[in-house]
Design a protein around this ligand. Structure first.
Ligand code: FDA
Length: 502
């Protein structure tokens, strides 16, 4: 049983964790990063680090016997999900009653599995959700910093307008515009120079080879290639992966004590370890950080945590839907996995929606237009400790997804009407046109200014911080990682200045 002390420990290696570790390392603070997933740098038997969506194996999912993709069927047939080996794979689906949450597992967190859409929220909406945060500073300093460090780039016109891999996007744009909606090009962290080489047949096809939610083998500038590489480059940051944090508490000297299981890729514990630190950064994602903190409070390990920890959780109003196009509007046998456009109706006062025109890369023609809609759903969930499971569980009622459906329906009814098309009912189970029971964008649980002060310092304790998606109050109006990264930059700068350098 190894015990080691660090000045600071960062739990989790997603956006918030990567930003925190880099800035702590640059400030000369010895820092340990703990990540329960793998370091994805070793090729499997097929010579690739990650598997394709269309040919999943154990690498696809975090300890499941079968894949759990968001589309559960095709033509009502259970043809999408496959049995896989129980293994420390890269995508997790945490199934709570009425709401499942997808998250990335591995060094880089969500950046390993996400679509890379790098969207800065509209300024007026950011101001609405976080009125105490200085908007001017965010839009002039921290959003640009996040965009620059994440190496955000924009799709070249030649790809968007001419590539067969973006036909689905052009069809989606044309049909939205026919119904009077505005569309916007969406920046991404995927390297479009690499994508152009994929198109030219010069490199491994990743975005053009059906790779994304189970990881990309090329082109994706995930955090391990940006922030985390730089963090390790400071020489002050130690990374331990396949290290799962089981419990956090405070010892008699006021240091935080972190109990960890080192696991192998089959999930067996190979060592138990204890680490201590003065400054503890919770960056395990909205659900990961919130769950651990609620459990710490309810089991008496950190009894002074405020009651706001575990509240104000939202799904960013996520709802997925699909339309059936006419035979003369094929969406393409070839589809890039990297989305490039959105339908932007966020200014609509009654039904604000920002909908990603999403790919459905099956390799055959489906005539389907797929969308991930982000809506302004005011409903919020909370976490409750379940003593039998020894876990904090998300409470989200089925009815709480209805506002998202209503908004998305308002948009897509119009698009269907203008194009004389209909919804697809065969993709999400139970003849549903709207998949309202999962989210890619968990947000909140330890919200800025409620569970924490205005920089992520948790109320009731010193030197205990949240610096990830758990701080964002349930909704950002756009895909969230740029907001999470920019907020993390802002908070860590203040914390280093005021709590660590003084
Ligand atoms: P994040 O979840 O990234 O990282 C938390 C890390 O902590 C994980 O690596 C986890 O394994 C680790 N951890 C958790 N518990 C732990 C424990 N007990 N011990 C040790 N480690 C632990 N967003 C966007 O802006 N554009 C997009 O295109 C998309 N697309 C998208 C697609 C899919 C399929 C998903 C699942 C998600 C997206 N997202 C997205 C969402 C985006 O990826 C997400 O908002 C961020 O990754 C959240 O960043 P955080 O830093 O909050 O946590």
């Amino acid at each position: 049983n190894e015990t080691t002390h660090f000045t600071s420990i960062v739990i989790g290696t997603g956006y918030g964790g990567a930003v925190s570790a880099l800035r702590l390392g640059e400030a000369g603070v010895d820092t340990l990063m703990l990540e329960m997933g793998q370091l994805w740098d070793k090729p499997g038997p097929d010579g690739k680090v990650f598997c394709k969506m269309t040919k999943p194996d154990g690498r696809a999912m975090w300890f499941k016997n079968r894949t759990e993709a968001p589309l559960s069927s095709f033509l009502w047939i259970d043809a999408i999900n496959r049995p896989i080996d129980y293994y420390a794979g890269v995508l997790d689906r945490i199934n709570y009653p009425n709401m499942s949450v997808y998250v990335g597992r591995g060094v880089g967190g969500g950046s390993l599995v996400n679509g890379g859409m790098a969207v800065t929220p509209p300024m007026n909406y950011f101001q609405e959700i976080l009125p105490e945060v200085n908007t001017h500073e965010m839009y002039n300093k921290y959003f640009p910093r996040a965009n620059q460090k994440l190496q955000v780039n924009t799709i070249p016109n030649t790809l968007l307008e001419n590539s067969p891999y973006y036909r689905f996007t052009r069809v989606g744009r044309q049909q939205a515009e026919k119904a009077g909606f505005k569309t916007v090009t969406v920046p991404n962290i995927y390297d479009y120079n690499y994508m152009q080489q994929e198109e030219a047949g010069k490199v491994h096809k990743s975005a053009f080879g059906k790779e994304v939610i189970y990881g990309n083998n090329g082109g994706k500038r995930s955090l391990d290639k940006t922030y985390l590489a730089d963090a390790l480059g400071t020489g002050k940051v130690t990374l331990k992966y396949l290290h799962r944090v089981d419990a956090i508490t405070q010892n008699s000297q006021g240091l935080y004590q972190i109990d960890v299981s080192e696991i192998n890729t089959s999930g067996a514990t190979v060592a138990k370890k204890t680490f201590t630190c003065k400054h503890l950064f919770m960056c395990a994602g909205s659900v990961g950080s919130t769950e651990m903190l609620v459990r710490a409070r309810e089991t008496g390990k950190l009894p002074s945590l405020p009651s706001e920890v575990g509240t104000h959780w939202g799904n960013n109003g996520n709802v997925m839907t699909a339309r059936a196009n006419h035979m003369w509007h094929p969406t393409g046998t070839k589809q890039s996995t990297i989305p490039a456009m959105g339908i932007n109706d966020w200014d609509n006062a009654s039904n604000p929606v920002f909908a990603e025109i999403a790919p459905l890369p099956t390799g055959f023609e489906t005539w389907i237009s797929l969308y991930l809609a982000i809506t302004k759903n005011p409903e919020r969930g909370h976490f409750e400790y379940d003593a039998t499971k020894q876990q904090a569980v998300l409470r989200w009622g089925a009815h709480q997804s209805q506002p998202s459906i209503n908004s998305a329906k308002a948009m897509f009814d119009k698009i269907n009407k203008a194009n004389t098309t209909i919804y697809r009912y065969d993709l999400f189970g139970n003849n549903k046109a709207f998949a309202d029971d999962f989210t890619y964008h968990p947000l909140g649980g330890c919200v800025l200014g409620k569970a924490t002060d205005l920089y992520g310092r948790i109320k009731g304790y010193s030197n205990l911080y949240v610096n990830d998606g758990a701080l964002v109050p349930g909704n950002t109006g756009v895909n969230p990682f740029i907001t999470i990264t920019a907020m993390a930059e802002r908070n860590i700068e203040k914390i280093i200045q005021e709590d660590m350098l003084k």
